[in-house]
Design a protein around this ligand. Structure first.
Ligand code: DOR
Ligand code: ZN
Length: 344
């Protein structure tokens, strides 16, 4: 297949930051996607509907003229999130979900939830109002090996949430392991998962073999090849519980190439093209549209998009970097050739 016409996709997991970075990355996302679920882990996290409204305005200002793009806002759960904030979110036309970051799990998660018991009443209210819970699924205690943190979270934490809140819709964000794929597949309809391009393209050798490659470092960390294969099967297998969420997470070059580099891969510059290449390699291009354009909308109970996009088999070179004021963002696959190109 040389040309693919599919319904316009959505990105169900996206970081855009604020200020100059936001202005650089929003055009990249808006050129491909109709909507994106915006993560709330700013340095000062988005914990209230009022803050989400302000953040939404900043995003809207950065959308290039002529492009139609809708940010779907989320709120960051803390130990002190109130049930009244959940009620406000339920009323808001712009807030679509709450995000659970276990405290210390990842970038800007210090204000995250320290003990799940503290927010049980909040989860109960979310369940009542049918607001989805988005989860960064990793345990955080130092004793756990970083490669095992997701797997352990499934039985130690996620199973309990599902048992106590069987009606709560949950997205297990950026699934990275065979165990997570199996858990999600076997769970009720209430549980779904997003999968990133980097976890579909690479195994942990990309980070560690032949020198440390900080631009492949993200959380949850990229795992062994067997996990990548399970993720490919999940994404391309036609199961509606799995959908596109890039977790594109821009960090400036000097903060990635650092003795304590930040977690996050920037993929918004070529997201749908990266997924197209992945699905092509798996000989499953016919499954891309459901994964990218239908399953997420159906899970969030939003209308599917009606516009179409065209992706062509054509080689183009990804830039070495994107400038952000006096700094740079290094994109995933920087300076390499990509075999699919969005035509618009
Ligand atoms: O690699 C990551 N980067 N994982 C996350 O969970 C957060 C993200 C970020 O905000 O940079
Ligand atoms: Zn994320």
């Amino acid at each position: 297949m040389e040309k693919l016409i599919i319904t316009q996709p959505d990105d169900w997991h996206l970081h855009v930051r604020t200020g100059a970075i936001l202005k650089t990355v929003i055009p990249h996302t808006a050129r491909q996607f109709s909507r994106a679920v915006i993560m709330p882990n700013l340095k000062s996290p988005v914990t209230t509907v009022a803050q989400a409204e302000n953040y939404r305005q900043e995003i809207i200002q950065a959308i290039p003229k002529g492009l139609d793009f809708t940010p779907l806002m989320t709120l960051y759960l803390t130990d002190s999130t109130t049930t009244s904030e959940v009620e406000k979110a339920a009323e808001s036309p712009h807030v679509y979900a709450f995000k659970l970051y276990p405290a210390g799990a990842t970038t800007n998660s210090d204000s995250g939830v320290s003990k799940l018991d503290l927010i049980y009443h909040v989860l109960e209210t979310m369940q009542e109002h049918d607001i989805p819970l988005l989860i960064h699924g990793e345990v955080t205690e130092a004793k756990y090996d970083i490669f095992d943190r997701e797997k352990i979270f499934l039985d130690k934490v996620l199973a309990g949430i599902i048992k106590n809140f069987p009606e709560l819709r949950i997205v297990f964000e950026h699934a990275t392991t065979r165990e997570a794929v199996q858990f999600v597949t076997e769970a009720s309809e209430q549980l779904a998962a997003t999968i990133t391009p980097q976890h579909l393209m690479f195994n942990r050798n990309a980070i560690l073999a032949g020198g440390i490659k900080p631009h492949y470092y993200c959380l949850p960390i990229i795992k062994r090849e067997t996990h990548r294969q399970a993720l490919i099967e999940a994404a391309t297998g036609g199961n509606k519980k799995f959908f596109l969420g890039t977790d594109s997470a821009p960090h400036l070059q000097h903060l990635k190439e650092n003795s304590c580099g930040c977690a996050g891969c920037y993929s918004a510059h070529a997201a749908i093209e990266l997924y197209a290449e992945i699905f092509d390699r798996a000989e499953k291009l016919d499954k891309l549209e459901a994964f990218a354009s239908f399953n997420g909308a159906d899970f969030y109970r939003l209308p599917r998009n009606t516009d179409k996009i065209m992706i062509q088999k054509a080689t183009w070179r990804i830039p070495d970097n994107y400038q952000v004021e006096n700094n740079f963002l290094i994109p995933l696959r920087a300076g390499e050739d990509l075999t699919w190109r969005l035509m618009n």
